[in-house]
Design a protein around this ligand. Structure first.
Ligand SMILES: *[C@@H]1O[C@H](CO)[C@@H](O)[C@H](O)[C@H]1NC(C)=O
Ligand SMILES: *[C@@H]1O[C@H](CO)[C@@H](O)[C@H](O)[C@H]1NC(C)=O
Ligand SMILES: *[C@@H]1O[C@H](CO)[C@@H](O)[C@H](O)[C@H]1NC(C)=O
Length: 257
């Protein structure tokens, strides 16, 4: 009785296997697995993909021609070799102290000088009130517990999907100077994450960067992808490229629940 049921199933299974192996040979299922979330929500990739559709600072064109095949198999090379050329402040990236403070640049406070212990550890993801930049008042209202050292601030930039639009939008939400001062004076936050190309609102960008970078102990992480992650505590891992003499660096960041 059971064998008469199982035999057709077995034949079906075997032919499915055979067919799928044919497909593999034909290359039809050669499809990369691109993910945002792993293991049903344990690991979140909060870095943005580098694509031509991504915004570039003060540009309407996005990331133009940032990647090219310097050697191509289609043209007879033994391998495909790509080269990239773009601002170190493009996509998900960190700022080093030398970005806005010239004497720190000269002294070598570059992306290779950043403390991996700050870039990796427990982090709080918070939603900031929409329709506001991050002022002292907003910072106070967030009631971030005193011991928290790393905070990812999700703003309306995420709702507006600004990092997915190639036209740079200078009206993005970010820290204004008094919000940054409040953070330095009243919290133990050493990593400030935001969801657009700069953590500092456009109009006050230099002054706000100065406040955060002056002590050389706070690391801004910018251009984070904070869609579809619940607010709360995670383990954050950010690993910037070790670009000696560069005041910024592309950075891969993930959250682990
Ligand atoms: C090599 O580069 C060509 C473009 O010349 C591209 O079509 C192909 O997919 C690449 N191959 C690999 C293995 O990446
Ligand atoms: C291959 O070579 C041709 C001729 O030099 C050039 O026009 C084309 O852009 C090259 N393609 C790639 C993928 O390098
Ligand atoms: C935030 O500041 C920018 C200027 O830097 C401004 O264009 C924008 O409207 C402000 N956003 C809000 C929500 O007030």
């Amino acid at each position: 009785m059971t064998s008469s049921v199982n035999l057709p199933l077995l034949v079906l299974f075997a032919s499915a296997l055979f067919l799928s192996s044919l497909l593999v040979v034909a290359g039809k299922d050669l499809k990369p697995n691109r993910r945002e979330v792993y293991e049903g929500g344990k690991i979140f990739d909060i870095s943005h993909r580098y694509t031509t559709g991504m915004p570039a600072w003060e540009s309407t064109k996005g990331m133009v021609n940032f990647l090219r095949l310097a050697a191509s198999m289609k043209n007879g090379s033994v391998a495909n070799v790509s080269e990239m050329k773009f601002s170190v402040h493009a996509g998900t990236h960190i700022d080093a102290p030398g970005h806005f403070i010239d004497k720190y640049y000269d002294a070598g406070f570059d992306s290779d000088s950043l403390d991996l212990r700050v870039l990796n550890g427990p982090a709080l993801l918070v939603d900031v009130p929409r329709n506001k930049n991050i002022t002292a008042e907003v910072m106070e209202s967030l009631n971030i517990p005193k011991g928290v050292r790393r905070v990812l601030f999700r703003t309306e930039n995420t709702d507006k999907r600004l990092m997915f639009k190639k036209e740079f939008d200078s009206s993005y939400a970010g820290f204004v100077t008094d919000g940054a001062k409040w953070l330095v004076e009243n919290t133990n936050i050493k990593l400030v994450g935001l969801d657009y190309l700069s953590f500092a609102a456009y109009e006050e960008s230099p002054a706000t960067h100065n406040v955060i970078l002056a002590g050389r102990d706070i690391i801004p992480v910018e251009g984070l992808k904070l869609d579809d992650v619940k607010v709360g505590m995670y383990m954050l891992h950010c690993l910037p490229l070790r670009l000696v003499r560069a005041e910024g660096a592309p950075t891969r960041c993930i959250l682990i629940e």
